[in-house]
Every structure is written in structure tokens, then in C-alpha cells.
Design a protein around this ligand. Sequence first.
Ligand SMILES: N[C@@H](CCC(=O)N[C@@H](CS)C(=O)NCC(=O)O)C(=O)O
Length: 218
Amino acid sequence: MTPTITAFERSPDRGRGLARDMRVRWALEEVGQPYEVRLLSFAALKESAHLKLHPFGQIPTYEEGDLALFESGAIVFHIAERHAGLLPADAGARARAITWMFAALNTVEPPIFERTIAMIVERDKPWYEERLPILEDRVRVRLGELSNRLGDAHWLDGAFSAGDLLMVTVLRRLIGSGILENYSNLSAYVARGEARPAYQRAFADQLAVFNGKPAAVR
Ligand SMILES: N[C@@H](CCC(=O)N[C@@H](CS)C(=O)NCC(=O)O)C(=O)O
């Protein structure tokens, strides 16, 4: 059964691949699962039809027959569990890859996203100039730790996994910030993720929505 995901009709990032449907698109591309996309306006996100699928009125969602999921991490996990290619077969390696999925979303993403939100909604506040460096230091702490762990490895724990997929999408939000660029192994890690053919197909399809062009037919 072909799953259907939801995505922004008009992405606020202007097609830079930051909206979280990118994670789901990338995972589906990695495992070779075709999918359909239902595009939604910001208003439609908050309407009852969508709220039945997503209690917080956000994208992405994932529908497959009777199954409806929300939360990008849960969706990527669902895809990774049902197809080969995103989680190792060995039980220990699989548990570690899942640990990296949680680490990406629960430990690394929060300070990065808090900085982003501050830059969007707090720019005109009197405390902004004082608060931003504090938020950026918190990001640096996490990147330093992640950089130490990654070292000169290609991926976080052996072969590319759903943990790397989520971590790369989380780190991409820092591209051009001047922060990520100070950690050459993390920049190279992100570039390695972006170079994967599955990533490139997912990115092109998300960008096509922003450009108003139909997605490639595969
Ligand atoms: N934790 C959720 C976050 C989802 C999320 O923040 N989605 C954003 C787009 S990337 C959204 O729909 N924003 C619109 C809104 O919150 O109204 C996930 O990972 O799926």
C-alpha cells in the first residue's frame, strides 16, 4: 500500500529542506518505498480533518491504510522497522542506532531549534542580544560533544542508519550559521548525508513544491 505523507503547501524555509517532512521523504527514498504527498496550507493544519491525524496541527503525518502516524521520529522509525536499510539487523547495533535517533531529536535538536525560534520571534525583544549568545553556547556544547564522538568516522555507529538520517537533518538547520562550520568533521558528516542519492531525490521533491513544479515521477 502506498503511504501518504503531509507537507507544507508553501514552505517557510523557501525550499531549503528544513521542514520535517524532509526526514520522512528521505527515509522513504532510502528504502525505495514510493509515497504520495498531501500538501496543506497553514490554515488547513489547524482544521479538524488534520487535527484528527495530528493532535498538534503540524506536518508531517503518515497514513498507510488504517494506520495514521505523526511525529517525524516515530514515522522514520516505523519506516525503518518495516524495510531493510535504515536499521542494522544485529540486535545491539539496532538498539544503538535507535539510541542515536532519540539523541538527535531529544538531545541535539532542542538547543538548535531554540536558537532558531529565538531568531524568528525574539529578534525585537530587549533581551535578544544578550540571550542569543547564551543559546549559541548551548548549541556549541552539544556540537562539541557530538564532534568528539564522531571523530573521523563516516557515520555515528558503523553503517549509515536512521540515527544518522535524523542527526543530519537536525544539524542542517545550522548550515550558514558559522557555528556548524567550526566543526569540520560535523560539516563533512552533513555533506556526506546530503550526498546520498536518496537525500537528493527527497530534497528535489520538497524543493519542487516550493518552486511550484510537480515532483518527479518515479
Ligand atoms: N516534533 C514534531 C515537530 C513537527 C513540527 O514542528 N512541524 C512543523 C514543520 S517542520 C509545523 O508543522 N509547524 C507548523 C505549526 O506548528 O503550526 C516532529 O518531529 O514531527
